[in-house]
Design a binder for this molecule. Structure first.
Ligand code: GTP
Length: 185
């Protein structure tokens, strides 16, 4: 017997996170392969054709702007996303605290069954000489939807293409639980 699994037709990557953590810069650095010195409030939605993505799947990248968008627009984008990159700045503890106090609970409201994987992205590693990854591992234990975490820099381009690859991979080859033990009877 041949089991046919539904194929993902495209991957929709949404970037969220506090103001100024570098969401728009990350997208523009990926696309132009250089750090933008001036950044608009929000990047236009970008469509990357299948043949130039590592997984050969058309991929949309969607920015979120705290100043340009309403809560309703944010909620709508969260519902439509196939994977969400929650970005914090490694030099800003508040932006990391808000990952667990605001962003992850908000995403859970819209995807209560953990169907939308999350990639945690610590940006601006060019500014510090330490890593935040240890603290983030603790978060991964509490939030099963966090597929992976990565530290990067939009400025030096370190780990930028890897970050978007991880996001794509989180949708196409999830390692997270297909079955939530806590919710099981
Ligand atoms: P909002 O749209 O206001 O939510 O901000 P954002 O998250 O899109 O951040 P944005 O890309 O506008 O960047 C905010 C500031 O951080 C800008 O001055 C960027 O130049 C700077 N920035 C972004 N990424 C990096 C980085 O990797 N390293 C350094 N040093 N600065 C960065």
């Amino acid at each position: 017997m041949v089991v046919k699994l539904p194929l993902k037709r495209n991957v929709r990557i949404l970037l969220v996170g506090d103001r100024g953590v570098g969401k728009t810069s990350l997208i523009l650095s990926l696309v132009s392969e250089e750090f933008p010195e001036t950044v608009p409030a929000k990047a236009e939605e970008i469509t990357i054709p299948a043949d130039v993505t590592p997984e050969q799947v058309p991929t949309n990248i969607v920015d979120y702007s705290t100043i340009e968008q309403t809560d309703d627009q944010l909620n709508d984008q969260i519902k439509r996303a196939s994977v969400i990159c929650v970005v914090y700045a490694v030099d800003n503890d508040d932006s990391l605290d808000r990952v667990s106090t605001y962003w992850l609970p908000l995403i859970r409201q819209h995807h209560p069954d953990y169907t939308c994987p999350v990639v945690l992205v610590g940006n601006k590693i060019d500014l510090v000489d330490y890593s935040t990854i240890e603290g983030v591992y603790a978060l991964m234990e509490d939030y099963a939807e966090i597929e992976t975490c990565i530290e990067c820099s939009a400025k030096t381009l370190k780990n930028i293409s890897e970050m978007f690859y991880y996001a794509q991979k989180a949708v196409l080859h999830p390692t997270g639980p297909l079955y939530n033990v806590e919710k099981a009877d």
